[in-house]
Design a protein. Sequence first.
Length: 85
Amino acid sequence: METIKPNTLIQIGNIILSIGRETHFVALISPWTNEFIKQDKTKSNRILKKVKRNLKTWLNCDETFTFEHMTPDTTNQLIDILKGK
């Protein structure tokens, strides 16, 4: 279980998990372009499909993987999904 701290970047495989100033703001960022990962990537990526399916309640935007109102437990759940657990 990760300790969730504000203003943190966590590299998980080929995705960067960005935790905002307040820990309930979380985003998935591409390490190559440094932009938010778009939800249309779910067509080719099974892990992102699982993220969208399991955490769609917290999705903030229809186009990107940005989340709001995440508790530390749901953020840890997101980390576990991205790690493939």
